[in-house]
Design a protein around this ligand. Sequence first.
Ligand code: NAD
Ligand code: MG
Length: 394
Amino acid sequence: MVQRICILGATGSVGTSTLAVMALHPERFEATVLTAFSRIDALFAQCQQWRPRLAVVADAAQAQDLGQRLRAAGLRTEVLYGAEALCQVAAHPDVDSVMAAIVGAAGLPACIAAARAGKRLMLANKEALVVGGRLFIDAVRQGGATLLPIDSEHSAIFQCLPEDRRSWGERIDHIVLTASGGPFRSRDPASFGSITPEQAVAHPNWVMGQKISVDSATMMNKALEVIEARWLFDLAPERIKVLLHPQSIVHSMVVCRDGSVLAQLGTPDMKVPIGVGLAYPDRVACGAPALDFLAIAPLSFEPVDPRRFPGLQLAYDALAAAEGTSTVLNAANEVAVAAFLDRRVAFTDIHCVNAQTLGQVLPAAADVASVADLLALDARARSFAATLVQRLAR
Ligand code: NAD
Ligand code: MG
């Protein structure tokens, strides 16, 4: 049967890779909904190719513009706009699966809507799970949704875990998330203050959106991934470890009680974990080059130096603190990264903003009672972080 797919964030890095995998299997996958926030030209081109039933853009002006162009091209795609429309399409009865590929907390409400509607939810948008935490997982359970990780490390763990999920806790000692170390793994930390946005987004192994590229350079990406793993696999934080692995070939590992280690390997290409999610539990070709064992560099592993990458510890601090603290950390980081990309603050200020916001915006139980409460907490942390940015701004 054809799987009818809604891609939230279709014009982004993960969104376009998703369409590239789907294009190899037109008999299996149909793009029923495509959404974008900016790049309307790219969305229009995708609509011409995929003829989705629905498209969602950010605002009324964009919707009018796209609608006119689609009609002129003879297409009947209906155009909706705004955050509420994202929730509507994610829960739409004509959609089987949702690829959550929006960047940031902005993707949370649509993920919750998809989860409550019992969809197959392919999660690339890690911030949504970091912000949503327990509420997100409860929505998946209550809605009877299937949550499939797309983040390469979590896809790796997912693939290595035994099918019988109830016995994970007893069988597994810990998991190891691998981190490439990003572009500054061997740069002198004393010079981190002069890092430019161009240098920070130039990742050695992966081509990705700007925000996650900066997160990879600060190691905040791994911090978010530790929190993501805590919720995806229901593991205590001390059972989630991180190792540097500069070649990005081993995508992550599961260490069993008996000492046996299960690892997933592959070329560093998001089409692989995307293909795993799209076809699950089947396996289909995804268009990524095969892993050539004789050509890959020797595989190496190193500990993470906390002085070079102080951001990683913030994940463990957040998980040890009151629920909602991860929401605060994510909000601060989104604000700080945006300010860095805008050249308002230095690369090293990202960590200052994150650490200070984490220490000052303290959530209470009432802040995590509903999605609306979490979004209010997110807004409170953003406004605190924004004042810090103003103080630091050059
Ligand atoms: P990107 O910036 O390339 O694309 C983001 C997409 O989301 C775009 O389509 C954009 O139009 C849309 N978008 C942005 N802000 C929005 C908003 N406020 N409302 C609605 N739509 C919005 O990002 P990406 O690199 O594709 O990453 C997407 C998500 O996947 C992130 O959470 C990232 O951490 C995660 N992820 C990405 C990769 C990767 O290789 N790129 C790997 C693992 C995980
Ligand atoms: Mg990852």
